[in-house]
Ligand binder design. Structure first.
Ligand code: LMR
Length: 397
């Protein structure tokens, strides 16, 4: 049976890290994967996380199975972070959340859940989108289509194209939307544009699936949840996949959640009962450690304040790196105007570099970026930014 198995291509993002790890050059920079590195080039262990972990070790917590849907205190904290502390939807029992294996796990559980409800529905993702969106939904059995999003001419949003596509979809089409810090472009919608999208999604009876993996990396925890809250208030059934990989720097712990908003409490209970079957048949129940740490931090005011400060620090350092990159490219006489990098939000910049330029960056300069030209600005630091600016200037000249 295995004799016929073909060699699959490397993953476009995580495969780059494999290639980077195998690169023996001492001066190399990984701007491929979406990971925040500190100014020393290390993945930070947040102080709030360290404290919660120590408390957990001290408490000598045993390791029984979690409920299928995860830790109750975690799920409640996720809901408040997404929808606000005093959300009427939460009070009315219309919101249900399951702890998942990262944001990817949430997307897959949501995809499997929807597939059973509406097997013929197509899934629409932005053009471009996170590479794994298409692959994940196709593997879950969907036909995946894409709606216009990025406008290369302006390095901004093709909003009319996006709306036009949404207006053309049949009822029931699942529309995946990046709620903030669009991956890979860094180009987000304005509040007014989000309002329009909500109207169209509602009028066309589409199914919104919001992906929010970077809450807190755009303009702040509350501001970045604005689109989620608009959809939540619209009366639509909404799915939300969220992740704490980046905001708590807990990548390998796989801490995410799938949240859904139902019409009423009864519907929410029925939906959760089905969701639990999906989870049980995939991985049974989620792991304990990361979820406990996040719950502890979000539910303890002092730890939460410390975390919010650390998250703000990450957000500000990324902004500073955006400004520094633009300035350094100018200093090197690069003629192309890179000011758009300053407007982009989150960890990424769609740099406009071509696949050939990205190849040259890697081969000649040891700088790794995604072949689409996406670079992770959160991986820049004072020690590597000159080399990166030199490399980009060289491949553009
Ligand atoms: C990314 O886009 O680089 C991150 O979300 C990591 C991943 O899983 O691809």
């Amino acid at each position: 049976l295995f004799a016929a198995v073909e060699l699959a291509p490397r993953d476009p993002i995580l495969g780059l890290t494999e290639q980077y790890n195998a690169d023996t050059r001492s001066k190399k920079v990984n701007l491929g994967v979406g990971i925040y590195y500190d100014n020393e080039g290390k993945i930070p262990l947040l102080k709030a996380v360290r404290k919660a972990e120590l408390a957990r070790v001290e408490a000598a917590a045993t390791r029984g199975y979690l409920p299928i849907e995860g830790i109750p205190g975690y799920n409640q904290a996720v809901q408040k972070l997404l929808l606000g502390d005093d959300s009427a939807l939460i009070r009315e029992g219309r919101v249900l959340t399951a702890q998942t294996l990262g944001g990817t796990g949430a997307l897959k559980i949501g995809a499997d859940f929807l597939k059973r409800l509406a097997p013929q529905a197509k899934v629409a993702i932005s053009d471009p989108s996170w590479e794994n969106h298409r692959a994940l939904f196709e593997y879950a059995g969907y036909e995946v289509i894409s709606y216009p999003y990025y406008d290369a001419a302006t390095n901004g949003l093709n909003f009319d194209g996006m709306i036009g596509a949404l207006e053309s979809y049949p009822a029931g089409t699942v529309v995946v939307l990046h709620a903030c810090c669009h991956n890979p472009t860094g180009v987000d919608l304005s509040p007014g544009q989000w309002q329009r999208v909500v109207e169209v999604v509602k009028a066309r009876d589409l199914v919104p699936f919001l992906d929010i993996a970077y809450q807190g990396f755009g303009d702040g925890i509350e501001a970045d949840a604005a689109a989620v809250r608009l959809f939540a208030a619209s009366g639509l059934m909404v799915l939300i996949s969220s992740s704490f990989s980046k905001s708590f720097s807990l990548y390998g712990e796989r801490v995410g959640a799938l949240t859904m908003i139902a019409a009423d409490k009864d519907e929410s209970l029925r939906v959760m009962s089905q969701l639990k079957r999906v989870i049980r048949t995939n991985y049974s129940n989620p792991p304990t450690h990361g979820g406990s740490v996040v719950a502890q931090i979000l539910n303890t005011p002092a730890l939460r304040a410390e975390w919010e400060e650390e998250l703000a620090g990450m957000r500000e350092r990324i902004r500073a790196m955006r400004a520094a990159l633009v300035a350094k490219l100018k200093e090197r006489g690069v003629r192309r105007n890179f000011d758009f990098v300053l407007k982009q939000r989150g960890m990424f910049s769609y740099s406009g570099l071509t696949a050939q330029q990205v190849d040259r960056l890697r081969e000649e300069h040891g700088i790794y970026a995604v072949s689409t030209g996406r670079i992770c600005v959160a991986a820049l630091n004072d020690g590597n930014i000159d080399a990166v600016a030199d490399g980009i200037a060289a491949v553009l000249s």
